[in-house]
Design a binder for this molecule. Structure first.
Ligand code: FES
Length: 66
């Protein structure tokens, strides 16, 4: 599923970026990692990216607590 249409990348690209320890979980850094350094254009996808970052961080916290 495409997350961003302006600089196209998919949910799989986003998951890969979130799992990459070299990419911080800041929205701008994740976006750049998914697009090869591009900046967002319309911003429509930012909420979805933030939701996925939040879900990833919650999952990581749960894993660390176990
Ligand atoms: S859909 Fe991602 S910047 Fe426009």
């Amino acid at each position: 599923m495409y997350i961003c249409m302006c600089n196209p990348f998919t949910d799989k690209d986003l998951d890969k970026a979130l799992k990459d320890e070299g990419v911080s979980n800041k929205t701008s850094q994740v976006y750049k990692a998914c697009t090869g350094g591009e900046k967002p254009c319309c911003g429509t996808c930012i909420c979805e990216i933030n939701d996925r970052i939040e879900a990833h961080n919650s999952e990581a916290l749960l894993m660390a607590a176990e």
